[in-house]
Design a binder for this molecule. Structure first.
Ligand SMILES: Nc1ncnc2c1ncn2[C@@H]1O[C@H](COP(=O)(O)OP(=O)(O)OP(=O)(O)O)[C@@H](O)[C@H]1O
Length: 158
């Protein structure tokens, strides 16, 4: 138990002077503060999350550059969300596993962590597919090539 207490004060991203709260949040604002702290902690502790956020920024810039339609923005938002959300779940699972096994090797710990990491990989794969499907007509259009089926139909009708 002592080792867990030490780990708590040494947790990267968590101020050492942080008051140790283990009871329910006394107010909505306290709950909000702890939730924002969770977002801050994952950004400070997880390099992969920082990479996802930077990539999301460039995707948003590309979306603005190409002037995506509203429906396309919904897909792009969902694509970014599933990756960020899966990274949140991955971090939660890693933390809970570490809390339970306390640095000892356990095949179930490996299973939980590897499967959680696999979920992030699947989410990234889905994100890539969505982004390719959404962005490719805009990119081709820049070179004067029409690939969108409805645009093609529209051209024939004219
Ligand atoms: N207690 C454990 N028992 C068995 N295997 C473990 C244990 N801890 C970690 N591993 C193995 O080491 C790998 C890396 O674990 P770690 O907790 O360092 O994740 P990480 O490097 O932060 O991963 P990610 O890049 O997904 O955040 C796991 O995927 C798992 O295969």
């Amino acid at each position: 138990m002592a080792s867990r207490d030490n780990e708590q004060t040494e947790l990267e991203g968590l101020p050492a002077h942080e008051k140790r709260q283990t009871v329910r949040n006394s107010s909505f604002f306290k709950a909000m503060r702890n939730s924002l702290n969770g977002i801050w902690l994952i950004l400070v502790r997880e390099r992969n999350m920082r990479i996802h956020v930077v990539l999301a920024f460039f995707i948003l810039v590309a979306g603005l550059h190409y002037g995506l339609y509203r429906a396309d923005w919904l897909w792009v938002t969902m694509a970014i969300f599933i990756v960020v959300f899966s990274e949140f779940l991955n971090t939660i699972i890693e933390a809970v596993v570490d809390l339970v096994v306390e640095k000892k090797y356990h095949p179930l710990a490996k299973l939980a962590k590897d499967v959680a990491a696999g979920a992030v990989l699947v989410a990234v794969g889905v994100e890539i597919i969505i982004l390719l499907l959404i962005f490719q007509p805009y990119v081709w259009r820049q070179f004067g090539i029409v690939t969108n089926f409805s645009d093609l139909l529209h051209q024939f009708q004219q």
